[in-house]
Design a binder for this molecule. Sequence first.
Ligand code: GLU
Length: 503
Amino acid sequence: MSKVRVRFAPSPTGPLHLGGVRTALYDYLFAKSQGGDFVLRIEDTDTARYVEGAEEYIMEALEWCGIIPDESPKHGGKFAPYRQSERREIYDKHLAELLKTDYAYIAFDTPEDLDEIRKEFEQNGEVFAYNYITRNRLKNSLTLSKEQVQKLIDEKVPYVVRFKMPVDRILNLEDIIRGKFSVNTNSLDDKVLVKNDGMPTYHFANIVDDHEMEISHVIRGEEWLPSLGLHYLLYEAMGWERPQFAHLSLILKPEGKGKLSKRDGDKFGFPVFPLNFKDPETGNISKGYREEGYLPDAFINMVALLGWSPANDREILTLEEMVNEFDLHKVHKAGARFSKEKAEWFNQQYLKSKSDDEVLSLLKNTENSALVNSGNEKLLKIIPLMKERATFAKDIYEDGKFFFEAPSHYEEKAVKKSWNENAVNLMTDLAEKLLDFNFENETLKQEIHDFAESHQVGMGKVMMPLRLCLVGELKGPDVPDIMQILGKEECAARIKNAVNNIP
Ligand code: GLU
């Protein structure tokens, strides 16, 4: 068997959607699971839809995800160039071959001509298609004489090249995920293969490149399933062996119906892109998982399980484990419902499993000056106390702000619950006594215990108002743990502050 080679072939028309990331990931997982190559090819022949920066975005996103191509515009490779706009000569050569067959013809109809016909059809309640019926009365090399065609070409009248869809043929197609199905060619139209500017359309460039680049498996989104018949016939027309195909189902909205869109993300507060993307035209920024605080390994794990279940329903897998387990036949036929909660759960699991030092470098790598300016020693004490409860590394700061700054206000409910005259007296005394406490681990708890006893009150009567003084609410890790990190003076100052400021 020849080498497995799988390509991811995005068009640089905007940022990669979650669905695109998943396609790239499955392409990668399958290629690597078979000891094959993973190729990134940029399909940029549609100049009208080209978006500035999109190609760089795609490469950066893949890199962040850890899905590194063996061959790409950046990495180079045996089949370079990997950008379709730089492969024009190759398409021209193959187009000349195709035109010699009976599978392609030249059409001179202008967009205006076609619009008019479309309207006529609409008036009769019909939908126009350039196909085996209509092509016989349109302006093309099937209806014009050879001389007329040559004359128009010589006069530089613009033309496109269309595929001549065979009549009445049943195509038996096969998809690794969906199995076998058939299509009658009469239901397919004569797609444009080369536009009037000489640029190939997606269909033609894609087939040529998959052949030239020796792609063995095409794994892509299900939106391309309707093109499979045409692609089969293009391979047949060119006399080439075709790759195997697998079409991935949609990623669905959280409620389960319809394709997940950016609007869903905006509505429910989750990104649908891996990285932030700034629209070069509007300047609008779409949120990315990276900037939201997701860890790349958690993100990629979450994406992988949108439509594939590893053995024994395992959920947490590294990229390497995914490669070892991946089986294209186990990819689901049905769409996969996206869940924000599940995405967060993955991040939480990965964060929990990071070492304190790893979390430290995540915190240090932010733009948060409180974190950047904090000593590592202090942060390394805070991290183990907060890590378990955090979904994102940033939560360690958000939920543990009191480690970095004294409370500026005291939560009303907490005040009601824990603050009274008795508490004020206790805290006033504690602010003094505390300066003589031994702040060592276990001893501190004992000191507080003894203090409570000396006032003939239970621990709770001391701990609750004390927590309020230090944190501003009744949350957070154990009070002695907080005290040790804040230090004696800061604790005393916070208690005094609370006594003076809580009404
Ligand atoms: N350029 C196409 C896209 O962006 C590629 C489809 C394919 O993989 O064949 O969806």
